[in-house]
Design a protein around this ligand. Structure first.
Ligand SMILES: Cc1ncc(COP(=O)(O)O)c(C=O)c1O
Length: 384
């Protein structure tokens, strides 16, 4: 049997990530409902669609009416194109080598421009390729994130220079918000003001403004004022809230769940140690289950003794050190538990649920990092 047939045999998989396409479509509809009819969505599907599986997610999003996609790197864009996805794809990340630029043209991707020097390299390289149409590029301004982007104060000069380069057409002007999820709007307002001033200056210099875009998930939920012609949701597409204050602004459904099989059920007596280092020693007789998922699948080892799982709709505690490929659960409360039953590691079962936000809180990180942490070893299985 080949590798693929084993992967596809998911009924017997040890562990997997389940992607609820109906939830993804629901989230798209919820975002669309917040937007003016002319405002389009650029779905952020970088980092393998935040760990959800970029190809399947992009296909579902495009079918749901999403018109643009964004990735971080050229290989991420090539992956989507190779899968037959034809929607325009913006690459957020730095592009300045000949190989990257050739791939951009070959695979019909659209680069971010952030300095005149970089734009010049791109222009020179594409001149050798003689593309049939000008390359669409997206000028990114830094308005306060202090990351990739041209200084907003130099917007007109950079715009003029890039506009004058042969074989390049500026398709959009964008920036990225650093604090849209903060309760204090001061920095965000400053960034909006800088973005508006920069675009007004470009207009005043005689240019017709291209597409403007600024809003990430939090920016979208702040309000229409930030939507312009295009919005760039990431996290909310996947059904999570960028911050608690947005919970009343939109009804989201988590798209991803993580499941594993129980591969052994055993009774242990009081005093028995469990897993490496005996961090757990039973203080009573109990029934434990082995679940086939570990830190090599993306369940952080630091969650040892700090996480729960759901078995038959009931929350059960994880016990003993999480190992590379499996972990143990205290399932004393569940009678007749059988080998082969499914454990929900993240997600919902019955009325119980465990969210990426719960893990993030426990670990002192953000849900974005939790979602991106699930390893390719876990097959992504789409439902609905
Ligand atoms: C430029 C840019 N726009 C939009 C997003 C989407 O952000 P979020 O997941 O907060 O919606 C990202 C993600 O990091 C980004 O880098």
């Amino acid at each position: 049997m080949d590798r693929q047939s084993i992967d596809l045999d998911w009924e017997r998989q040890r562990a997997w990530v389940e992607i609820d396409r109906a939830a993804l479509r629901h989230n798209v509809r919820q975002i669309q409902a917040l937007l003016a009819p002319a405002t389009k969505i650029m779905a952020v599907v970088k980092a393998d669609a935040y760990g959800h599986g970029a190809i399947e997610v992009a296909r579902t999003l495009v079918a749901a009416g999403v018109e643009w996609l964004a990735v971080a790197t050229v290989p991420e864009g090539i992956e989507l194109r190779s899968a037959g996805i034809v929607a325009p794809i913006l690459v957020f990340g730095a592009i300045d080598t000949e190989i990257q630029i050739r791939a951009i043209v070959q695979w019909d991707l659209q680069p971010t421009i952030y300095t005149i020097a970089q734009a010049t390299i791109i222009s020179k390289t594409i001149a050798q390729l003689v593309p049939s149409t000008p390359l669409k590029v997206h000028l990114k301004l830094d308005t306060g994130m202090s990351r990739l982007g041209a200084n907003w104060q130099e917007a007109v000069a950079v715009y003029r220079e890039v506009d004058s380069l042969p074989l390049m057409a500026i398709d959009s002007l964008y920036s990225h918000l650093a604090t849209a999820d903060d309760l204090d709007p001061t920095v965000m307002e400053l960034q909006i003001d800088r973005f508006e001033r920069a675009s007004a200056a470009i207009k005043a210099a005689g240019y017709t403004l291209p597409i403007l875009h600024l809003a990430n998930s939090a920016g979208i939920l702040v309000g229409k004022r930030l939507h312009y012609q295009l919005v760039r949701p990431g996290l909310i597409l996947y059904g999570l809230y960028p911050a608690p204050q947005f919970e009343s602004a939109i009804d989201l459904r988590p798209v991803l769940s993580v499941k594993a099989r129980i591969t052994q059920v055993r009774d242990i007596t009081a005093g028995t140690g469990v897993s490496y280092g005996y961090r757990f020693i039973a203080d009573r007789d109990c029934q434990i289950a082995v679940a086939e998922i570990g830190y090599a699948d993306g369940v952080p080892r630091r969650l040892t003794d700090r996480m729960q799982a759901i078995v038959r709709g009931q929350l059960v505690p994880q016990i003993g050190t999480i190992t590379m490929d499996r972990m143990m659960l205290d399932v004393t409360q569940i009678p007749d538990l059988q080998v082969g039953e499914v454990v929900t590691i993240l997600g919902a079962d019955g009325t119980s649920q465990i969210g990426a936000d719960d893990w993030a809180k426990e670990l002192g990180t953000i849900s974005w990092e939790i979602l991106c942490g699930f390893k390719p070893r876990l097959p992504r299985i789409s439902t609905n």
